[in-house]
Design a protein around this ligand. Structure first.
Ligand code: GRF
Length: 200
């Protein structure tokens, strides 16, 4: 399974996926990394790991359609089988979605459909969970379509909200779980146990 990763900032999920593939835990190879942010940690991690990296953004492609086309071309050119969004903060365009039907996954740090959608990212998600007083939050891997955080769920796991949690402690616990869970879910996709063409 040839993976193309899109990441905007930290790239810690991307790193977990690269590490798992290099250890032989995940039968996949990260063949290209794309970021809208040339100075991101994700970009630095790709350089350190020797993975081809492309900065594609509103700076390199002022028109969204051109950008969308550029992203689709880079992914196709790299022979990507599965597009993996890992903290990618931009909308994926229709050309990329058409080029990779049911082959774009995203990770979200909550139990969708709760705490998703426009404006629900980063610590805002965890703050909303704390404000709601929920005892459980979690991680969702889902297919990407035209709407933020709306595609069919591929897999979910729960993470407990502990007494005394603040937004930082909760965010850290969920992020740590994300790293293992994204790798586990990609393993299940690679093995065929999870069929992305047959999600309800
Ligand atoms: C993660 O919490 C992920 O769920 C969300 O963005 C964050 C990315 O973190 N979509 P990182 O860039 O992988 O460190």
């Amino acid at each position: 399974m040839r993976l193309g990763i899109l990441a905007s900032h930290g790239g810690s999920n991307m790193q977990a996926i690269v590490d798992a593939s290099r250890r032989g835990v995940l039968p996949a190879e990260v063949v290209v990394v794309i970021s809208n942010n040339a100075g991101s940690q994700a970009a630095a991690r790709a350089a350190r790991e020797g993975i081809p990296f492309h900065h594609l953004s509103g700076v390199t492609h002022p028109e969204f359609e051109q950008l969308d086309d550029g992203i689709a071309r880079v992914l196709s050119g790299a022979g990507v089988d599965l597009v993996v969004l890992a903290g990618y903060m931009k909308k994926v365009g229709p050309r990329t979605i058409e080029r990779f039907p049911n082959r774009i996954v995203n990770i979200h740090p909550a139990l969708l459909p709760k705490f998703g959608g426009v404006g629900m990212y980063g610590i805002r998600v965890h703050q909303a969970v704390l404000d709601a007083g929920d005892a459980l939050t979690g991680v969702t891997v889902h297919l990407v379509d035209q709407e933020y955080d709306r595609g069919p769920v591929v897999a979910q796991c729960e993470v407990a909200v502990l007494e005394g949690d603040d937004v930082e402690t909760l965010a850290a616990r969920v992020l740590e779980r994300e790293h293992a869970f994204y790798v586990e879910t990609l393993c299940r996709i690679a093995s065929g146990e999870l069929d992305l063409d047959r999600l309800s």
